[in-house]
Design a protein around this ligand. Sequence first.
Ligand code: PFF
Length: 463
Amino acid sequence: MSEHRGIFSSRMGFILTAAGSAVGLGNIWRFPYLAGENGGAAFLFIYLICVFTLCVPVMIGEIAIGRRAGTDAYGSYKKLGGGKWGYLGLFGIAVGIFILSYYNVVAGWAFGYFLEISFGNLLNHQNFGAFFGEYVTNSGTILLFSLGFMVMTAVIVGQGIAAGIEAANKIMMPALYVILIALIIYSLTLPNAMEGLKFYLVPDVGKINTQTIFDGLRQAFFSLSLGMGTLMTYGSYMRKDQNIISSAATISIADTSVAFLAGLMIFPLVFSEGVEPTQGPPLVFIVLPQIFHSMGPILGRFIGGSFFLLLCFAALTSTISLLEVPVAYLVDQKKFSRKRVSWGVALLIFAIGLLSMLSMGQVDFLTKLSFYQDRDFLTFVSDMCDISLTVGGTMMCLFIRYRWKIHNMDEEVALGANGYLQSATRKYLDVTISWICPILLGIMSILIILDKFIGLKVLFGWG
Ligand code: PFF
C-alpha cells in the first residue's frame, strides 16, 4: 500500500511537514491581530488553554484515524466507520477546498507585497492604507499573484509525498525560523520595544470576554489545521513505528511557538512607531509597511522583504497541505494520476477563490453580503470554514467514541509509543476524546454559530 501512495521518509520529515501545515498565515497574519484586539497576553493565555486541553487530543485522534486506515479523509472514515461516515470525510474535504480558495487570495497579497517591497516601489508610498485598498482591488495584479501561488502549490503537491511535499517543507520550515528569529532580534533593538513586549506579555484580564474565548478556540483549530482531515491525510503517510503522541506534541509546540514569536516580532515594531496595536486584519499589510517605510529605503526593503518572504513560506507550506486533502481523495478513491489531479483541483479551487478575490470592492454584492451583516465574501467563507472546523472536530470525537471505539484509537496510538496502554496519558486521552472535547467543542460550536448569525447579545445579553 505504502509503495504506491508514498510515505514520509523520516520522523523529522513528518513532523516538519505537519508543522508546516499548521504554521501559516494563521500564525503570522491572524494571531498577532487577534492578540492585538483581545488584550495581548490575555488572548495568548486563552489560546494556550485551548491548544493543550482541546486541540492536542483532537490532533492525536485525527492522526490515529489516518494512520490506521492508511488512506484519504473520506476513505478513512468509510473504512473504519462504514455506512455513511464517509460523508464526514467529504465534509472535511469540502471545507479544505473553501479554506484554500480564500487562503490563496491572501497568500497572493503576501506574495505581491514581497515582490513590491523587494523589487518595486511600494516603500515610496506615503499612505499605506490607501495603497492596500487599491492593491486588493486591482484584480489583474492579484489574479496573477494568486495564480502564481496556486501554481507553486500544485507543482509541489504533484511531485508526491517524499519528493515534493516533504522536501519543500524541509527547506522552507528551517528558513522560516531563521528569518523569524532574525526579525525578532532586530525588532527588540528598536526604541519603545519594551512597551510592545509589555502589551504582549502582561495580560489585561479585563479584556477577556466570550468573544476572546471564541476567537481563541477558532484560532487554535485553524492554526493547528484541525477538524477537516489534513492531519488525517498526512497521518496516512506516517510510519507505524512513529510515536503519534510525541509527534502531536512537537507539532503543537512548533505551531504555538511560531505564533508566539510572530507576536514578539510584531508588537515591538508596532510600538516603536507609536501605532495602535488594535488594527485588525490590516495590521500586517498596512501598519507594517508603514514601519518598513520609516526604516529608510535600503533597510526597509531588506527587513520588509524578509518579512513578506517569511509570510510566503508559511503560507505555502499550508496551501500544500490544503491541496493534498482533495488530491489524496481523488488519487486514493478514483485512482487518478497525482500530477493531473493536482493541477485540475488547484485550478478549480483558484476559480472558486475568484469570489473572495472580487469581494474587496470590485463586485458590489460580494463586497457587501446583505445576509451577513454587509460583510465581504472572503470574511464570510473564512468564518464559515472556521465554524466547520470545530464542528468537524466535534464529529470526529463522536466518531471515535461511538463508532470506531476508543480502544481502537488506543491500539493505534500505542504503536511506536511503548508503555502507552498503561500510562496516565492514555487515561487523559480517553477522557478528553470521550467527554471533554465533544461536550465543550459541541457547546462552543453551537454558541459560535448562534453568535455569528443572531448575536449572543441579542439572545442572552452577553457577548
Ligand atoms: N494552519 C494554517 C494556518 O495557520 O495558516 C491554515 C490551515 C492549513 C488550516 C491547513 C487548515 C488546514 F487544513
